[in-house]
Design a protein around this ligand. Structure first.
Ligand SMILES: [Zn+2]
Length: 56
């Protein structure tokens, strides 16, 4: 599981997701594209989110 906040990507935005990496990539990319007009490369997001992975 990862917790991703849009704020961490430089946006003044309260969007947050807690999900499995693949779902977080989909959800975050959708949000980013719709709200901020930025579409990320999925592999880039996967790599970034892997570093955030919560091990519990
Ligand atoms: Zn946002």
């Amino acid at each position: 599981m990862v917790r991703v906040t849009c704020h961490d990507y430089g946006h003044d935005c309260d969007f947050m997701i807690t999900a499995e990496i693949d779902d977080a990539v989909e959800e975050y990319n959708k949000h980013s594209e719709e709200e901020h007009g930025i579409e990320y490369v999925k592999e880039d997001l996967q790599h970034r989110f892997m570093e955030l992975e919560i091990f519990q």
